[in-house]
Write a protein that binds this ligand. Structure first.
Ligand SMILES: [Zn+2]
Length: 277
C-alpha cells in the first residue's frame, strides 16, 4: 500500500517541477529570506501569487508571473546563503549532510518514513557513487537531494576550476542516481566564496546554509542534540545534522526523539520548493 502512495507522491513531485502541481504536495513555504540581493526571494508555494515585498522583487519575475514552462531557469547570484525560510505556518526543515552512508542513512530514512515527513539530504558525490540505491530511495520517498560537493573540500582554497569540478561532477552523479539535477547547494563547512555562489547559480542551484546547528558531528550525546533542536525550534528554521562523516548513531537516535516532539508541538517538517521563471 505504501509503495503506491510513494510512487504517486513521486509523480506529483516530478509533475510539479515548475508547474502548479507542486502545490498539491506538502511543505509549501511562502518565501525565503536571508542575505539575498533582493532581501526577499520566493522559494516555493506556487499558490502564493502575491509578492510579499518590494519593487525589486518585480525585477525577478517568478512562477505565477511568466510562463512556467519553456523559459530557462535562472538562479540569483547571492552574496550570502539562505539561512532560514519565512512564510506561513510552523514549518521546519531538517537537513542531513555528508552522506549517504549505508550505516546511518537508512535509519534516518526509516524514521522520516515512520512519521511521513520529507527532509533534505546534502550529499557528497563521492559517497553517492558508492551508494546510489540510497539516492533512489530518497527519490522514491519524496526527499530533496542537494549538492554538497564531491569530496567535501574547503572551497575557498580551491581554484575556480576545482570548485566547478566539485560541483559539476556531483550534479551529474545526483542526476544519475536520484533522477533529477539538484536545485540546492550547501558549501562544506558553510564556507562559500563569490565563485561558489556564481557557479552554484550557473548550475541552477540555490545556496542554503542553516539556522540551527545541532553540532552532532562533535558527538555531544543524543540528549544534547535533541536539546539543541528543541531550543532552536521556530517557524522557518533549518536544522543541520549529519548522516555520514563519522559515527552518527547519536544523530540517528536524536532524530527518533525530536521528530515526534516537533510534530506534537505543531510543526510541519517539510522541504522547500523552488520557483522557476
Ligand atoms: Zn558537510
Amino acid at each position: 500500500m505504501k509503495k503506491d502512495q510513494l510512487l504517486t507522491r513521486r509523480r506529483v513531485l516530478l509533475a510539479g517541477a515548475g508547474a502548479a502541481g507542486a502545490a498539491a504536495t506538502a511543505g509549501v513555504f511562502a518565501a525565503v529570506t536571508g542575505g539575498g540581493p533582493t532581501g526577499t526571494v520566493p522559494a516555493a508555494g506556487p499558490q502564493v501569487r502575491r509578492p510579499l515585498n518590494s519593487s525589486a522583487y518585480r525585477l525577478q519575475p517568478l512562477t505565477g508571473y511568466g510562463p512556467p514552462h519553456a523559459a530557462p531557469r535562472r538562479t540569483l547570484v547571492r552574496r550570502a546563503p539562505l539561512l532560514r525560510f519565512s512564510g506561513r505556518g510552523r514549518h521546519m526543515v531538517l537537513t542531513f549532510d555528508d552522506g549517504p552512508d549505508p550505516r546511518y542513512t537508512p535509519a534516518v530514512l526509516d524514521t522520516l518514513a515512520k512519521y511521513d515527513v520529507r527532509a533534505m539530504f546534502f550529499v557528497c558525490g563521492g559517497m553517492v557513487a558508492d551508494n546510489r540505491e540510497l539516492l533512489a530511495r530518497m527519490a522514491e520517498e519524496g526527499h530533496v537531494v542537494g549538492n554538497h560537493t564531491w569530496s567535501h573540500p574547503l572551497l575557498t582554497r580551491l581554484t575556480r576550476r576545482g570548485i566547478r569540478s566539485e560541483m559539476e561532477r556531483t550534479c551529474d552523479v545526483i542526476e544519475d542516481a536520484y533522477g533529477e539535477r539538484p536545485e540546492w547547494f550547501r558549501a562544506p563547512y558553510g564556507a562559500w566564496n563569490r565563485t561558489a555562489f556564481r557557479l552554484g547559480a550557473e548550475l541552477g542551484m540555490e545556496s542554503l546554509a542553516w539556522t540551527v546547528d545541532t553540532l552532532d558531528w562533535t558527538t555531544p550525546g543524543t540528549r544534547s542534540i535533541v536539546r539543541r533542536v528543541e531550543n532552536g525550534a521556530a517557524p522557518g528554521v533549518v536544522v543541520l545534522s549529519h548522516d555520514a562523516g563519522g559515527d552518527r548513531s547519536q544523530s540517528v537516535r536524536a532524530l527518533r526523539r525530536y521528530l515526534p516532539e516537533l510534530l506534537d508541538a505543531g510543526y510541519h517538517v517539510s522541504v522547500p520548493r523552488r520557483h522557476y521563471e
